[in-house]
Design a protein around this ligand. Structure first.
Ligand code: FRU
Length: 458
């Protein structure tokens, strides 16, 4: 049986605006207690296009209040899209925004060859509107003879008394991250290539982020594929010394892309990503929306690698029940389209198989497997009876404890799945068609302890 129409796939405890297209989180910051999320937004449709900055604010990054569109392309300045960017606070804690301005090809300002980096300033404390200034624009000619294409996504931090900006793009066809410095946020100097792809395949590296976490520098980027993260240090010359590289989250356009990190007023480093929809071309029109934000994750360095935990507070969205499972095949919950789980077990002989969003007859089900060699996979081949959704598996390696131990966090919200094992995450989208695809099971040969949480509709 094939079904065309998906039932409820709209996430309930993940942020998205009422309708239309969204992608990357932008300009993340916290000002006087309020968290601000800006995001790539098409106010006129549910496909990518006519890119503005949408805006929402929150006291806890879990319950969001929609705000008016913050940044709109300024036609008078030849601008047609406001691409991704970030917020950087000055010495007094005032926020300033940087983003990529795209114009028309006829004006030599398309996204491949003619992107410019502009600044925008808020008009009031609630940041109801950001007003662009092209007075301090960065233009490609600052690189001399270098041939840079797809130059975009400024990410700016204040570090050791100066401003540091990274930008993504392609240099001679190789994806790259470029670094710039400024004493006053307005006059920028190009320094060098911070990182570059080994192959020249014309694929740009997008949305780079460079920021300190604990005693390390973290560099991540979205290379039109799996989001990658490097941990290392930055020297006085602004050169990055890499100590490790791994996948940050393998979801890419099927679950997790273009994340952005920022430091909040409590000094925490918080990460938020875009969870793209992948339910087929016609689905967005039918639903009237596309794209959702991930759950916020708090970053730390643990044993030399980046580790992420759900923001404390995420668990308060659910009503929890303790559990201890004996070896075998056990039902976790019956009505669990919106659920979370915290599980602890030792994957010595593995595998652990968690089945979610399953119908009683198993006609629709999604499974997450974790094997004893640390491979985690989201299997989506039976996740939906509809033809449209992408059903390829999503996999990554995770580091298990020496005794095989795995601390697992799982969050399911209708069509979003996010799973962390020992702080390493995998996210994906799935589209069950049946409202009864709501059971959760665990199959495992060992003992499992933990708790399971159900998220009620508000
Ligand atoms: C990443 C991205 C960015 C760009 C934006 C445009 O998803 O392609 O590189 O600024 O989306 O919406």
């Amino acid at each position: 049986m094939r079904k065309e129409v998906c039932t409820v796939t709209r996430p309930a405890y993940h942020y998205r605006p009422e309708k239309n297209w969204i992608n990357d989180p932008n300009g993340l910051c916290q000002i006087n207690g309020w968290y601000h999320l800006f995001y790539q937004y098409n106010p006129h449709g549910c496909q990518w296009g006519d890119i503005h900055w949408g805006h929402a604010r929150s006291r806890d990054m879990l319950h969001w209040e929609d705000m008016p569109i913050a940044l709109a392309p300024d036609a008078g300045k030849g601008e047609i899209h406001c691409f991704s960017g970030s917020c950087c606070k000055d010495e007094e804690g005032r926020p300033h925004f940087f983003y990529t301005s795209i114009g028309c090809a006829e004006d030599g300002r398309d996204c491949v060859e003619g992107a410019q980096q502009w600044m925008a300033e808020p008009t009031d404390e609630a940041m109801t509107r950001l007003v662009q200034s092209d007075e301090w624009a960065l233009t490609d000619d600052m690189h001399g003879d270098m041939h840079i294409t797809d130059w975009r996504d400024p990410y700016v931090i204040r570090w050791k008394g100066q401003y540091v900006m990274v930008l993504g793009g392609c240099l001679d066809g190789r994806g790259c991250i470029l670094l710039y410095t400024s004493a006053d946020r307005k006059h920028w100097r190009y320094r060098h290539v911070l990182a570059m792809a080994e192959v020249s395949d014309g694929v740009p590296w997008e949305c780079p982020n460079l920021f300190p976490v604990d005693d390390r520098m973290v560099l991540f980027y979205s290379p039109c594929g799996k989001v990658m993260v490097r941990v290392g240090t930055l020297d006085e010359e602004m050169r990055f010394h890499q100590e490790s590289e791994e996948v940050l989250d393998p979801g890419e356009r099927q679950g997790y892309y273009a994340p952005q990190a920022f430091h909040d007023e409590a000094g925490r480093t918080i990460l938020l990503g875009w969870m793209p929809d992948c339910d087929g071309e016609k689905a967005a029109e039918r639903k009237g929306w596309s794209g959702v934000m991930s759950l916020p994750r708090v970053l730390h360095i643990r044993e030399g690698r980046l580790s992420a935990e759900p923001l404390p507070g995420v668990e308060s969205l659910a009503v929890w029940h303790p559990m201890a499972l004996r070896p075998g095949h056990t039902c976790l919950a019956e009505h669990a389209r919106r659920m979370m789980a915290r599980l602890h077990c030792r994957i010595t002989d593995g595998p652990l198989v968690m089945t979610i969003l399953a119908t009683a007859d198993g006609a629709e089900k999604t499974t997450l497997t974790l094997t004893s060699n640390g491979e985690m996979t989201l299997n989506r081949d039976q996740s939906s009876l509809a033809d449209g959704p992408n059903k390829t598996p999503i996999s990554r390696m995770v580091t298990l404890g020496e005794d095989g131990s795995a601390d697992i966090f799982l969050a399911v919200d209708e069509s979003t799945v996010e799973c962390a094992v020992n702080g390493q995450w995998l996210s994906g989208r799935v589209y069950p068609t049946s409202e009864d695809a709501a059971q959760a099971w665990v199959a495992f040969d060992g003992m499992i302890e933990g708790k399971i949480g159900l998220v009620e509709e508000e």
